[in-house]
Design a protein around this ligand. Structure first.
Ligand code: NAG
Ligand code: NAG
Ligand code: NAG
Ligand code: NAG
Length: 429
């Protein structure tokens, strides 16, 4: 009889585990969150939720694109907890100045990555003569190589590189997700959803309704505890079309000049949709900023509108629930959510008062021109000449000056001596 019950249980649990969609009783924080759109999936009341604005930079990072970064990440811009705002950089290898990468990291920004060459994996978007559709091996080499590039050149330990975004938002079925899992990334931020479906970040444990996803229709995997921070298309009042990013004008009126005022309202309009109780329920507003576009002269109005938007939000007393942070920091909140009133002391959003100038020390350093061209920057596994002295985790080193290791050593020596002493003089009796 007992055996029969046991068999029932086995069959039941088998059917249950195989169940297709995400189940909120089984999918629990901190490692699992079901996909939710236009609703609040967090265990907090709407008014207790912070509104995250996650600025994410892609594209060439070097002295030519530094000025927009410095004006956006001006250290006078402070979150409600008085810490400077932070952002996420998805670094590729093309014309990247790794000294600046290091500076951005030192200033509490997050260094995440895309592929090394940043070429188009799925279709020939740059009309290259020798383009080919990326294979599994291409994805593997591109991801592995770029992580190595950052570790070696920016001297950032690989445990700090947690996030990934595919180049040009071209997701190819599950290909890159397999490697993100294998290389222990914490999150991906590549899925693009329609603006009508404001998705919260979620984990990729279960299948979900992909009808509103623009670039992940072929995705059908299951990646346990791998987070997704989805992007959304942009929209504007009375628009019939949507815009892919802030730099796209397809949804903006054609009969009006695209002035700073209009672009500011474009940002505000999309922000308010995320923040509203009827649509986004304060779902994070993720903004993709392409550095190459941002530093072009004709995009200066967009840059100024963005700066006005940041100043407006941070300066207004009715927006004290808004935090501009890196995805890495927001992810800590998702795993261990806490209410607005507790955020001021939340360790993940805290800061020290040290602020580095971005161009100090970098001006004289030799630029990593990458003259070899994009494909040659990819090395095969065998020929990478890793200098292991560079692989030191500079952040972890702080442990030793604090004297922790020294104290641990003398305590253990004392313990061993007392055991020997006890052994010699007391046990023989
Ligand atoms: C930062 O903001 C201050 C005050 O608004 C301004 O004076 C300064 O020029 C800004 N710095 C940059 C690099 O934009
Ligand atoms: C793409 O490149 C080929 C030759 O490389 C050229 O003939 C063709 O016009 C190009 N197409 C576009 C859209 O630039
Ligand atoms: C995903 O799709 C591929 C091909 O379309 C198929 O071979 C594979 O079994 C599917 N995986 C799952 C988990 O359904
Ligand atoms: C910030 O707010 C104060 C008072 O509300 C106002 O005087 C100031 O001009 C505002 N600054 C910006 C940059 O909006």
């Amino acid at each position: 009889m007992l055996l029969l019950y046991f068999l029932y249980f086995l069959v039941f649990s088998f059917v249950f585990c195989r169940s297709e969609f995400c189940n909120e009783d089984k999918c629990l924080l901190p490692s699992c969150l079901c996909p939710t759109s236009n609703d609040n999936p967090m265990p907090l009341a709407f008014t207790e939720l912070p509104q995250f604005i996650l600025l994410t930079f892609v594209g060439n990072l070097n002295r030519d694109t530094l000025d927009p970064i410095r004006s956006i990440l001006n250290s006078t811009y402070r979150n409600p907890n008085k810490c400077p705002i932070s952002s996420t950089f998805f670094i590729d290898h093309v014309h990247t100045d790794y000294c600046l990468v290091q500076r951005l990291f030192d200033n509490q920004n997050e260094i995440a990555m895309t592929t090394s060459s940043n070429k188009c994996p799925l279709n020939n978007c740059y009309n290259e003569s020798n383009w080919h559709h990326w294979t599994d091996d291409d994805w593997h080499d591109e991801i592995k190589q770029q992580r190595l590039n950052i570790v070696e050149n920016a001297r950032i330990h690989q445990s700090h590189i947690k996030g990934f975004r595919v180049p040009h938002l071209q997701i190819d079925e599950n290909k890159h997700f397999e490697y993100l899992k294998r290389f222990h990334f914490h999150y991906d931020s590549s899925m693009l959803f329609k603006s009508s479906s404001l998705m919260w970040p979620f984990t990729l444990d279960y299948p979900f309704d992909q009808t509103d996803c623009i670039n992940c229709q072929q995705w059908n995997g299951s990646f346990e505890a791998l987070w997704q921070f989805p992007l959304h298309e942009w929209t504007y009042t009375h628009a019939t079309n949507s815009c892919r990013t802030l730099f796209d004008s397809s949804c903006l009126p054609t009969d009006l000049p695209h002035s700073i005022d209009l672009l500011f309202h474009f940002l505000l309009h999309n922000f308010e949709r995320h923040a509203s109780l009827s649509i986004g329920y304060r779902s994070p507003f993720i903004i993709q900023l392409d550095l190459s576009l941002l530093s072009q002269q004709n995009n200066n109005l967009r840059l100024q509108a963005l700066i006005r938007f940041i100043e407006y939000i941070l300066n207004s007393s009715s927006h004290r629930y808004v935090y501009f942070v890196s995805i890495e920091k927001a992810l800590e909140w998702f795993k261990y959510p806490r209410s607005l009133s507790e955020l001021r002391d939340f360790w993940a959003f805290s800061c020290n008062d040290k602020i580095y100038e971005y161009d100090i020390d970098c001006l004289n350093s030799e630029s990593n021109g990458n003259d070899q061209g994009k494909t040659e920057s990819l090395k095969s596994d065998g020929e990478t000449n890793v200098d292991h002295s560079k692989m030191i985790d500079y952040q972890a080193e702080k442990l030793y000056p604090s004297g922790l290791a020294f104290h641990a050593l003398w305590v253990s020596v004392l313990l061993i001596l007392s055991v020997l002493f006890y052994d010699k003089y007391f046990t023989s009796m």
